[in-house]
Design a protein around this ligand. Structure first.
Ligand code: RAM
Length: 521
């Protein structure tokens, strides 16, 4: 699937007052110096790779010449800046030192031969540098921020007359997350505690000047990712001002006609991307709804409600003559990365789901006319879904012209609540028993599956699914949770190459949200 979806005649609309509010809420970053925990060797392990300890602690390397390398382990996932010293041994250096530096969130990225990369997203995301150091001894500071646990330094060449010693390797880790704000966990269940720990680390490393999706790639503010980060934040780091900042940014920088874009860039200045996704625009309503529920901040609600209202209007304009969201050929709605996943049914359900949140927001503000209108729209969109998309014979919602069954469609219709609870429970049970159609692909989509189970009282199944899916990543050696995880295929990637997958991706950090909201009583 080509991941380009530019809106035509794209124009950014700027609300300067909102932008100023967002900028005033910019967090300061906390810096921590992290030395390497030791040196490792990356070795094959089954179909994958693992790090085997060579030594604990690391002060300097042995003299390294052409082809020699050292691989450092920073003990956990880190986001930050790297510096080290390079000292020559032997004759006076008669040629530059030429180094290759590889950063890996997981061992595979160190082991992979990246020169053959053929993925669909830019190879510039690969964390591999080739540098010349002309004058030795040298203090090397890399200007880029990296996301990694492992750093491999390879000497591509010095000269036959001298070698180099690598020393004083330091990482300055950065985050805007304050660990001391996280309430202690009560559970005695070690599996839940381990899931919570990795979720917190994932959140922490993605909390920078905004809630980034992943600190390796794409390093930006995507609104559906923000929604899950914000939900997790309310029960962990509790930096509600960071959520507020992101809400104001999305409202300040819209696309043609007031549409909230799918993602924002922060540099060189805040800017909305020209990608529009149906579900992502609607998640502005969800983000505002959740923010208000968590904070009771009515002033922000009042100021940002018109932006939320606009997203619902734009989405309602996409209904076809049957009252169903029009399907398209392009990448128009996200839902999940499932291969061939049709988005129409999921989009319809998300429209109903966010209209329901719109009713609540409108009522909080006394906007009764809006609330009544949304209620009528919920009624007709649900009716249309039951008539056009529900297949009572199969017992599933069907999506698109190909009448596709997918997990994502069922999950979203359960969350949209078009059926009473008993029917929802039967639908979820049927889904789990029959395992039909397109499966869920990402922890993002799994989140909503777990949410659907939790909301319908299927707590045991929810915990089992969470421990099964996220727990399996931990058993695979994850320090932080991954953007995409297919328990049956470690090399799965929506981008045609695992090397460019993100292995610290905030939309995967919701085990903490579930544990702390539903299981830690
Ligand atoms: C990818 C990223 C991001 C997500 C988008 C739709 O580029 O993983 O997190 O929101 O897809």
């Amino acid at each position: 699937m080509a991941i380009t979806n530019r809106i035509e005649n794209f124009r950014m609309e700027v609300n300067e007052a909102f932008l100023a509010k967002a900028e005033a809420l910019a967090p300061s970053l906390i810096e921590t110096a992290v030395p390497p925990a030791g040196a490792v060797e990356i070795v094959p392990a089954g179909q994958d790779y693992a790090a085997r300890e060579v030594c604990r602690g690391f002060s300097r390397s042995r003299p390294l010449g052409r082809g020699d390398s050292v691989c450092l382990d920073f003990g956990d996932h880190r986001v930050g800046y790297i510096s080290f010293t390079l000292a020559p041994v032997g004759s006076p250096p008669d040629a530059p030192a030429y180094l290759r530096l590889k950063f890996g969130e997981i061992p595979y990225e160190i082991a992979a031969d990246l020169s053959h990369y053929q993925g669909e997203v830019s190879r510039s995301w690969l964390q591999e540098e080739f540098i010349h150091v002309d004058v030795l001894p040298a203090q090397v500071r890399l200007p880029r921020r990296y996301a990694f646990r492992y750093l491999e330094i390879t000497v591509l060449d010095t000269s036959p007359k001298y070698q180099v010693v690598v020393g004083d390797v330091a990482c300055t880790a950065v985050t805007s997350a304050d660990r001391s704000a996280v309430p202690p966990l009560k559970t005695a269940d070690p599996e839940l505690a381990a899931l919570d720990r990795a979720s917190l680390k994932t959140m922490e490393d993605c909390m920078q000047s905004v809630f980034e999706d992943g600190p390796k790639r794409d390093r930006r503010l995507w609104i559906a990712d923000l929604r899950l980060q914000a939900l997790t934040n309310y029960v962990t780091f509790r930096n509600n001002d960071l959520v507020k900042r992101c809400l104001y940014l999305f409202a300040a920088l819209t696309q043609n006609g007031g549409r909230v874009g799918a993602c924002l860039f922060m540099e060189p200045r805040p800017q909305v991307d020209d990608t529009a996704l149906f579900d992502y625009s609607l998640f502005f309503v969800s983000c505002l709804h959740d923010y208000y529920e968590a904070t009771g901040d009515k002033e922000t609600l009042a100021e940002l409600y018109p932006t939320a209202k606009r997203q619902l209007e734009l989405a309602l304009a996409e209904l076809d003559g049957r009252g169903i969201v029009s399907d398209r050929d392009s990448w128009w709605c996200f839902l999940d990365w499932g291969d061939g996943l049709n988005k129409q049914a999921g989009a319809q359900a998300i429209l109903i789901y966010t209209l329901k949140q719109g009713v609540k927001l409108a009522r909080r503000l006394g906007a009764e006319a809006d609330a009544t209108r949304y209620e009528a729209e919920i009624q007709s969109a649900s009716q249309a879904a039951l008539e056009q998309l529900w297949d009572s014979g199969k017992g599933f919602f069907l999506s698109g012209a190909g009448r596709q069954v997918s997990w994502a469609s069922q999950v979203w219709f359960v969350l949209a609540g078009v059926f009473p609870q008993e029917e929802n429970i039967r639908l979820l049970e049927r889904l789990m028993e029959q395992n039909p159609g397109v499966p869920l692909a990402t922890p993002y989509a799994y989140h909503y599956f777990i949410q659907a189970l939790m909301e319908n009282g299927l707590t045991e199944q929810a915990v089992a699914a969470m421990k099964g899916y996220w727990g399996e990543m931990l058993r695979e050696g994850a320090d932080t949770f991954w953007e995409l995880f297919d328990p049956n295929d470690r090399y799965a990637s929506p981008y045609g190459s695992r090397a460019v997958n993100s292995f610290c991706h905030a939309w995967s950090s919701t085990p903490s949200y579930f544990i702390r909201n539903y299981l830690d009583g």
